[in-house]
Design a protein around this ligand. Structure first.
Ligand SMILES: [Ca+2]
Ligand SMILES: [Ca+2]
Ligand SMILES: [Ca+2]
Length: 204
């Protein structure tokens, strides 16, 4: 793993950052077994393909599956320090503290290729933006209710034009998961239906 010499030492995450990054871990852990592994990424890709169906050439689902698995391999190469083919929450937190937090753009760079492949499938009307209906369907494949997804959409759609761009999504994700400001990125992640406590002020 490439580490810059001036990396923040591990353990310097704030409680807020630990809670929010814990949610990121829980979002990755699709089968909720307490570890993030390739099977979680396969499960998520299969869920999306099930939700969005396949186009005639099946190119987008194949691209999604490939990119999701490559996304897993990138995360594993970067974070799986004990090399047991799965990530523990501490492995993810340590990587974030060392390599991502405090480096503007680093989180987005980590997430961008997978997000692009995902959005390519989610953007069913092919207008290059994610509308409310597309967003609700997408988040439904990750078990968010329609009300939760609608609320999240409204918070993410900062300019209120009724659709989300890739940049808006990336920016919100980066702010939410890396900033130490409780207001940053909004409180839009709605893990109530995935068994995670809501509210950034509660202890985890
Ligand atoms: Ca898992
Ligand atoms: Ca590991
Ligand atoms: Ca669209």
């Amino acid at each position: 793993m490439a580490q810059a010499p001036n990396a923040t030492p591990p353990g310097e995450l704030s409680d807020l950052q630990r809670r929010r990054l814990g949610r990121l871990f829980e979002a990755y852990d699709a089968d909720q077994d307490g570890y993030v592994g390739q099977e979680d990424f396969e499960r998520r890709a299969a869920g999306m393909i099930h939700t969005f169906g396949v186009d005639a050439e099946q190119q987008r689902p194949q691209a999604l599956r490939n990119e999701v698995l490559q996304g897993w391999q990138r995360l594993q190469a970067a974070m799986d320090t004990d090399n047991d083919q799965r990530l523990s929450k501490e492995e993810l937190l340590t990587f974030m503290a060392n390599t991502i937090i405090g480096r503007p753009g680093a989180f987005a760079q980590l997430m961008l290729p997978t997000l692009q492949a995902v959005l390519d499938v989610v953007d069913t009307d092919r207008d290059g933006r994610i509308g409310l209906e597309e967003f609700v369907k997408w988040q439904g494949s990750a078990r968010a209710t329609e009300a939760e997804a609608t609320q999240a959409f409204q918070q993410l759609d900062r300019d209120g034009d009724g659709s989300l761009t890739q940049d808006e999504l990336l920016q919100a994700l980066e702010e939410y998961f890396t900033s130490d400001d409780p207001e940053a990125g909004g409180n839009w992640l709605y893990p109530t239906s995935t068994g995670v406590e809501r509210g950034d002020t509660e202890a985890s």
